[in-house]
Unconditional design. Structure first.
Length: 259
């Protein structure tokens, strides 16, 4: 195993753990390590690679096929055409976590991030969510920011504390939540209803989307409420991490008033 680091304006940053070599990656998966990303050389073949490919499929771990030049830029050692980055956190499953929240007699407050790909936004949102007492962050396996050293640092360590659930499909997860008594509240500009018109005292999952495209139509269609943040200036949008904080703390305000 080796570590690779990134430097920003001369500042040493926390490192991600990297595994290279087909056998080493197989052993890491077998030992239960969470994979943040897996890079495979294009055109790679052979029986050992087929064993790895079957294992990735068995554990539902996606991988990117890349030119060998990219792998060589990551490490100069003998990577055998495969490099994996181990996640610094252990992901959870909302189907397992939600019943535990109910069993403790707590009212679920969840935050789903649909297509938030900027790691610093991810970190900032996690920090706010942890401070607000959110029970879990829900992200998709594909199309989400990596939990990497930049995300960890921006979160001030919150990503080590708040459960992060990485789900196969957010639409399916949304339907599970609705069937489990959790309302879906989508933060979007595609409505005239205000965030202040929503009752957050009930079990709630707030859904935030990428700044450029917003929340997917699939989630909007099944949502219980659409809500927008009132805008009064010339700039008609907020950074997604700020928007998430505004809505979360409206939910906290209502829940505090209800006690």
């Amino acid at each position: 195993m080796q570590h690779f680091q990134r430097r920003d304006q001369g500042e040493k940053r926390e490192s991600n753990q990297m595994v290279f070599g087909i056998r080493a990656v197989i052993e890491a998966i077998d030992s239960g390590k969470e994979m943040e990303s897996v890079f495979v050389q294009r055109g790679l073949s052979g029986s050992l690679f087929m064993e790895l490919k079957a294992l990735l499929k068995e554990h539902n771990i996606g991988f990117q096929q890349v030119p060998i030049e990219k792998l060589n830029r990551i490490t100069r050692k003998n990577h055998q055409g495969v490099i994996a980055v181990i996640s610094p956190i252990t992901y959870q499953n909302i189907e397992d976590l939600l019943p535990l929240i109910y069993e403790k007699g707590e009212v679920p407050l969840l935050l789903m991030l649909d297509g938030v790909t900027d790691v610093r936004n991810m970190g900032a949102i996690a920090r706010t969510a942890e401070c607000a007492g959110v029970h879990a962050l829900i992200v998709p396996k594909k199309g989400s920011a990596e939990i990497n050293p930049d995300a960890i640092k921006t979160s001030a360590g919150a990503l080590y504390k708040i459960p992060v659930c990485r789900q196969d499909a957010l639409g399916k997860t949304g339907r599970f939540l609705i069937d489990s008594g959790v309302q879906l509240v989508v933060g979007t500009e595609k409505t005239n209803d205000s965030i202040y018109d929503v009752d957050y005292a009930v079990p709630t999952c707030i859904v935030m989307g990428a700044e450029d495209v917003g929340v997917s139509d699939d989630l909007i269609r099944i949502s219980d409420k659409l809500a927008r943040i009132p805008m009064f200036g010339e700039i008609k949008s907020l950074n997604v991490s700020v928007s998430a904080g505004v809505i979360l703390y409206e939910a906290i305000r209502q829940r505090q008033l209800g006690k």
